[in-house]
Design a protein around this ligand. Structure first.
Ligand code: 5AD
Ligand code: SF4
Length: 439
């Protein structure tokens, strides 16, 4: 048998890209590729790119430029660009950087094997269509390799919300949900391979409405089906939109035992004026009332969010409203970003906030978020949590895993192994993790 070819994938951006990279590696596994951790010995390099913020495309071009030497030494080396920059730039990538052999958008990964074969004949391969078929179904020919205890599973892609700052509706396309039966089968398969916790992924995951046995199923319906999968212990999902939190999903947080008490629910701003200009179609107040209802269903739920500061026309007063909202919600985790112009989105045309002002606001917001995060993490000391152990910690004999609230927890115990789900009493709260002992 010939030497396997080597594939190097570099993944940028969100968890959906992490999932997609795994699927691409599996698809190319069928073409005789094995993964390598270094671009230097690769026969194919794939950049799985992200376009959500900052100068994403420019970063990709400069990264590609660095492969010039490699390609000169090894003319057979194939270089591909996948992900949202591929979708947004398309053919332009090959024009600007002739090193590139292959450009594939997020909806076309199932065509990678044919595209790779085409590059082997010396041709370029480009596919940034939005086909109707389920790309993941076509990507299934994978070896039944053992997996770690946690996995992502994409259930929905794309977005119809068109927030005024966001490229996702353009790069990932319209909302599409995968049929429930396929998701359940994929979950069962993951469990057979050692997975105990699944995070359901979608750009707008709670808008999920995939075909089920009796018509369309909602995300809550899907979660209840997954709750029945033997051997699966934990279910999470991300990312949600406030307007798609239906009653059944809120209720599931109180009643579905495998659904973890953690919810990422971005609000972006606390100012109704800015929310309106962002085309978010909810208000600060409707968001706060929603959180109240979620906390009624599950009082200990840990909230997480996303924020944009310095959105066009954001005044100090608007920003103050964001701080007020954060103070009220108290997030266990929150991600905040300075607004960054995405060409082609409506907000790109509007009067921009001064960069220094935005920087200063970002610092104030992050200081508040960090304070809350600390307080919440520290308040875990003395409590008993459930930890799904994932991997060895830095110290000998130590294992690290995640609590139901997604805090990292370290425990030193010689009997612990990856995949163990154990009760732990928290005794210390460190910089980014908790320490505890088995109960
Ligand atoms: N500028 C800054 N942040 C953005 N996000 C999305 N688009 C932009 C942009 N143009 C943030 C939002 C979103 C998260 C994934 O990225 O907060 O929820
Ligand atoms: Fe982008 Fe999320 Fe808004 Fe969709 S809901 S446009 S993915 S920020």
């Amino acid at each position: 048998m010939s030497e396997p070819k080597k594939l190097f994938i570099k993944t940028y951006g969100c968890q959906m890209n992490v999932y997609d990279s795994e699927r691409m590696a599996e698809a190319l596994g069928g073409q005789g590729y094995v993964e390598t951790k270094s671009p230097d010995d690769a026969d194919m390099i794939l950049l799985n790119t992200c376009h959500i913020r900052e100068k994403a495309a420019e970063k990709v071009y400069s990264e590609l430029g660095r492969f010039k030497g490699l390609k000169a030494d090894k003319p057979d080396l194939k270089i591909g660009v996948a992900g949202c920059v591929a979708q947004a730039e398309g053919e332009e990538i090959m024009r600007r950087q002739p090193l590139v052999d292959l450009v594939v958008g997020p909806q076309s990964y199932h065509r990678l094997p044919e595209m790779e074969a085409k590059t082997r004949t010396g041709e370029k391969a480009l596919d940034t269509d939005f086909p109707e078929e389920d790309k993941f179904e076509k990507l299934k020919n994978r070896p039944k390799a053992k997996r770690g205890p946690t996995a992502f599973l994409t259930v929905q892609e794309g977005c119809d919300k068109f927030c005024a700052f966001c490229v996702v509706p353009y790069t990932r396309g319209a909302e599409v949900s995968r049929p429930a039966g396929r998701i359940i089968r994929e979950a069962q398969d993951l469990v057979e391979r050692g997975v105990r916790e699944i995070t359901l992924l979608g750009q707008n995951v709670n808008a999920y409405h995939g075909a089920g046995p009796n018509g369309d199923m909602t995300l809550a319906g899907l979660i209840w089906e997954l709750n029945k999968v033997d051997g699966l212990e934990r279910i999470r999902f991300t990312t949600s939109h406030p307007n798609d939190m239906d009653d059944a999903l809120i209720e599931a947080h109180g009643t579905c035992e495998k659904l973890m008490p953690y919810l990422h629910l971005p609000v972006q701003s606390g100012s109704d004026k800015i929310l309106k200009r962002m085309n978010r179609s909810h208000t600060a107040d409707s968001y706060l009332r929603l959180i109240e209802r979620i906390r009624e269903a599950r009082p200990d739920i840990l909230m997480s969010g996303d924020f944009i500061v310095g959105f066009p026309e954001e005044t100090e007063e608007d920003f103050q409203a964001t701080l007020d909202l954060v103070e009220e919600v108290k997030y266990g985790y929150a991600y905040s970003f300075k607004y960054s112009t995405r060409p082609g989105t409506p907000a790109a045309e509007r009067p921009q906030v001064d960069a220094d002002v935005a920087d200063e606001r970002l610092q104030r917001l992050q200081a508040m978020i960090t304070r809350h995060q600390r307080e919440i993490q520290d308040s875990m000391v003395g409590q008993t949590v459930n930890v799904l152990f994932e991997k060895p910690g830095r110290q000998a004999g130590q294992m690290v895993g995640k609590s139901e609230y997604l805090h990292a927890v370290h425990v030193s115990d010689p009997g612990l192994a990856s995949g163990d789900l154990r009760k732990v009493r928290v005794v210390t709260s460190g910089a980014n993790s908790l320490g505890g002992e088995l109960v």
